[in-house]
Design a protein around this ligand. Structure first.
Ligand code: ACO
Length: 326
């Protein structure tokens, strides 16, 4: 197998900012409650004419430019999303057309907030085996489109954005060293959009019962997340003969600052070795880790030779972690 690494990253978030005080005018909440319970101060929201592919396209173009790769050289596009433009065709095909990646295969991947980690796992294997040379992994979501803006339990948590990474062969000892993926469908009821699929096709009833929005058992997801962040990180490190002492930089899924702080404590990672942007963006599902990775790199937080750990969890339930030698 060939060593594979991330040779370029890009991200994009919509311009419109929804602050906590904006939400105070929409539901019975307060800036103080949101900040202390979640760490979120504001989030980005796509306008009515903007869909997930629009964000994904910009992130993809930025990642290709960063990598110095032409769109025609892309062999495969994976878009991880829970908010595709449509049920089909795949959002990845819409991205392919827009960026002019004419040679590429393209498909969508559904692993909720673990989507970027799943995408890196699949994409890197395609390159490692020699099947493809260049894979573009994009995680993009417009959760504002499926959030119930009258439900204070969920509407304060989520936001919109996209992040992308270009995968290519790298030198021995560099790049993606380990990728651990896991799921437990027993937790499928904890976080879901009940209607709009084949179980409950769209109807007047599903709309009036608000079944096209995110439904979440926040407390149970919280408990699961605190436990699983550590487990996923340790399993991925174990895969490559490493331990938590080897972590130079941590990029966790950005759902709640209290979940991140619990993971830091358990993994014994100091707070200056973790990237946080949930205060600015909230939870942007799979895009959280992808955007955070791009921002951390552009801000010079990650140095050559650093061992970087990406770790996330999401609906499914799904979880996973990726270990990268930069
Ligand atoms: N403003 C004010 N009060 C609120 C709000 C709000 N926005 N939301 C909930 N409350 C209330 C509740 O109604 C409850 O009131 P009650 O006691 O009178 O019933 C009270 O605050 C406490 O609610 P809890 O749910 O116990 O609050 P908690 O401290 O657990 O925080 C939260 C809730 C933030 C949702 C937390 O549980 C959490 O972050 N869970 C994880 C969610 C998550 O990560 N989801 C995404 C997974 S990734 C993916 O795949 C999309």
């Amino acid at each position: 197998l060939r060593p594979v690494g991330i040779v370029g990253t890009g991200s994009y978030v919509p311009e419109q900012i929804i602050s906590n005080s904006d939400l105070e005018k929409m539901v019975d909440t307060s800036d103080e409650w949101i900040r202390t319970r979640t760490g979120i101060r504001e989030r980005r929201k796509a306008d009515d004419n903007t869909a997930t592919s629009d964000l994904a396209i910009v992130a993809a173009q930025r990642a290709l430019e960063d990598a110095g790769v032409n769109p025609e050289d892309v062999d495969l596009i994976i878009v991880a999303t829970v908010t595709p433009d449509m049920l089909f065709p795949a959002t990845a095909c819409l991205v392919q057309k827009a960026i002019g990646a004419e040679r590429a295969a393209a498909f969508d991947l559904e692993a909720a907030c673990s989507g970027f980690i799943y995408g890196l796992g699949i994409g890197s294997q395609m390159v490692a085996t020699g099947l493809y040379d260049t894979v573009l992994v994009i995680a993009a979501d417009t959760l504002s489109k499926i959030v119930d803006w009258t439900d204070r339990n969920t509407c304060v948590l989520f936001g919109d954005g996209a992040g992308a990474a270009v995968l290519r062969p790298v030198s021995e000892g560099e790049g993606i060293l380990g990728n651990y993926l896991k799921a437990d469908g027993n937790g499928s009821e904890l976080l879901k959009v009940p209607a709009g699929g084949s179980r409950l096709p769209s109807s007047v009833e599903t709309v009036t019962q608000r079944l096209h929005y995110i439904h979440m058992n926040g407390n149970e997801v919280f408990k699961f997340a605190v436990r699983i962040m550590e487990e996923a990180a340790l399993k991925a490190l174990e895969q490559c003969g490493l331990s938590k002492k080897d972590i130079d930089y941590l990029i966790p899924h950005q759902a709640n600052i209290r979940i991140v702080e619990a993971a830091l404590k358990r993994l014994e990672v100091p707070s200056d070795k973790v990237y946080i942007n949930l205060d600015r963006y909230g939870n942007i599902s799979g895009a959280s880790i992808a955007v955070a990775l791009d921002e951390a790199l552009k801000e010079g937080k990650i140095q050559a030779g650093d061992l970087v750990l990406l770790v996330g969890f999401g609906a499914g339930l799904t979880w996973g972690a990726t270990v990268i030698r930069w």
